[in-house]
Each structure stands twice: as structure tokens, then as C-alpha cells.
Design a protein around this ligand. Structure first.
Ligand SMILES: C[S@@+](CC[C@H](N)C(=O)[O-])C[C@H]1O[C@@H](n2cnc3c(N)ncnc32)[C@H](O)[C@@H]1O
Length: 281
């Protein structure tokens, strides 16, 4: 695995702003297209922290709040936080009974040991300093509490994002300027890196488990519009191209997606990892 240099504080601040602005702009379209996909990890995440009724659960980078809502349904006491005020507004509208707050994962507004469990769905690759993010989540966990993160498998296995990446590469389009060169969205698609991250936070009982399923998308147009309305880096990479380049990326996506056509629509392989551990004590 190639070593990725740490981002400078300026690059990290720019990256956070980019994340906040893009997620603010995409909240509703993200929810419509992508919440049903990320929701495939909710059960495994809640199982990984052994959620029980009455548990105080922190959902970090909650987005539209679907995971926190499922936890509430299981009798837990969830709180959701996210960097994006747009996502938090949406989460509050969808689930008014849950406490949602705007917060950066590196500065959680809670005392040490406030939660019995913490989960974080598909956000590790959005944090400029993942080690600091994990350490902050562990800080607010009570001794003996469990924590679990989901992250996408390699794009060769996680085909929704994989098809977009390949279509962009087919056309030779350049990445968006707001994404720092040292940033690697795929770092934790590697099991050894994921495990190293959790071991580095001094967690015990660390496990990284692969999950595989599929998701049906009615047609290429839904995939194209859904991807542009959900993936911050990919959408930014496509948005700043001219119309001819966008059309070429769209055509490449259609060619590649044809491999997954079924009579019901596109049946796309979904692959993610759940990394989990326990705070000593
Ligand atoms: C791909 S979405 C995942 C949302 C939700 N957990 C899910 O599984 O659908 C990533 C989320 O991370 C949030 N995020 C990005 N950087 C963050 C940070 N530094 N602190 C907290 N949340 C952050 C984004 O605003 C966005 O809602």
C-alpha cells in the first residue's frame, strides 16, 4: 500500500469546508438515492457494538440519521452528530424525536465516557485526520464500551462507486481541485490499514469483517443522477468538466453498468467492511 502523507492543517481545513458544503448541498438527494445503500450496514454496525435497550449510543457523521433512528427502534438512546448543518436539519426533520447536533468528529461536544457505544457509518474516508477522529470517538466512550465503523471495500468489489471511478478514468478527467493530493478515500478499504487504525487507538477485541450483498437500481439514469447527488468527491470531479466530457463520462458509465443488467434493473454488488473494537476497562 502506498504511503499517503498527512494533510497540512490548511489542507485539512479546506477539506472540511469542502465536505461541509457538498454535504449541505446534497443532503436530500443523498438520502433519496444513497441512504438505502448505506442502510445495508446498519444491522451489522449495531450488532458489532452489541447494542442493547437503554444503551447510550453516539452516531458519528449521522447524515440523514437513519442509523440513529434504527437504534431508537431497538430501545437505545441515540445521539447523532454531523459536520453538515444541512444533514442535521434533514435528520431532525425525518426523526424529530432524536437529539441531533452539528459537530466535527475531532471536537465532539461530550464529556469523557458519555456513551456505552459509538458507531460511524461510511465516514472514515471523509475525515482529514482519521486517527484523531477515532481517538476522539474513543474518548467519549465509557470504559468497556464498543465502537464500530463501516467503510467501503475496494471499488472492484463495491461497484456503485467503482463504476463511477472507472467511467471517470476511461475519459481521463482530472480530480476536483478542492480535494487535497494527499487524501486517499481508499485507505481503509484495505483490511490491514483499517485494523492498524483501530489497534492504534488502543482498542481491544479488534475485528475487521467483510460484508457482501447487492442493491437494485432501476436504470442507468437513476444511477447517474443518484451518484451525482450523493458522492461528494465524484460529483465534484464530474461537475467541473465541460458538457462534452460529462457526456463522455455518462456514456462510459452506461457501457460499464451494462455488465450488471437484469430484467429488474441493475443488480450492483455492494461490499463493505465493519471494523470494531472495545475500549479497555
Ligand atoms: C457518506 S456520508 C454518511 C452518512 C451516514 N452515516 C450514512 O451511513 O448514510 C458521510 C457523512 O460524514 C459527514 N462528515 C464529513 N466530515 C465530517 C467531520 N469532520 N465530522 C463529522 N461529520 C463529518 C458528512 O457531512 C456526511 O454526512
Amino acid at each position: 500500500m502506498t504511503q499517503v502523507p498527512a494533510l497540512s492543517p490548511e489542507e485539512a481545513a479546506r477539506f472540511r469546508d469542502f465536505e461541509r458544503q457538498r454535504h449541505d448541498a446534497l443532503s436530500t438527494s443523498y438520502h433519496d438515492f444513497f441512504t438505502p445503500v448505506t442502510a445495508l450496514a446498519i444491522g451489522p454496525l449495531l450488532d458489532a457494538v452489541r447494542l442493547s435497550a437503554g444503551s447510550r449510543l453516539l452516531d458519528v457523521a449521522t447524515g440523514p440519521g437513519a442509523l440513529a433512528a434504527r437504534a431508537l427502534g431497538r430501545g437505545a438512546r441515540p445521539v447523532g452528530v454531523d459536520l453538515s448543518p444541512g444533514m442535521i436539519d434533514l435528520a431532525r426533520r425525518l426523526h424529530p424525536e432524536i437529539d441531533f447536533r452539528v459537530a466535527d468528529v475531532e471536537r465532539l461536544p461530550f464529556d469523557d465516557g458519555s456513551f456505552d457505544a459509538a458507531v460511524c457509518g461510511f465516514a472514515l474516508g471523509h475525515f482529514p485526520y482519521p486517527e484523531a477522529a477515532v481517538a476522539e470517538c474513543v474518548r467519549v466512550l465509557a470504559p468497556g464500551g464498543r465502537i464500530a465503523f463501516s467503510w467501503w471495500d475496494d471499488p472492484s468489489q463495491q461497484r456503485i462507486q467503482g463504476l463511477f471511478r472507472e467511467a471517470i478514468a476511461d475519459v481521463g478527467a482530472k480530480p476536483p481541485p478542492a480535494v487535497p493530493a494527499g487524501y486517499s478515500v481508499l485507505k481503509f478499504s484495505d483490511t490491514a490499514e483499517f485494523r492498524r487504525l483501530l489497534d492504534g487507538a488502543k482498542l481491544t477485541e479488534v475485528e475487521v469483517v467483510d460484508h457482501r450483498t447487492t442493491h437494485l437500481i432501476p436504470d442507468v439514469d437513476t444511477l447517474w443522477r443518484g451518484g451525482l447527488g450523493s458522492f461528494v468527491v465524484t460529483a465534484a470531479a464530474i461537475d467541473h468538466q465541460d458538457d462534452a466530457t460529462k457526456a463522455a463520462i455518462r456514456a462510459a458509465l452506461e457501457r460499464r453498468a451494462a455488465a450488471y443488467a437484469t430484467p429488474d434493473g441493475l443488480r450492483l454488488p455492494i461490499a463493505f467492511k465493519i471494523g470494531s473494537g472495545r475500549k479497555p476497562g
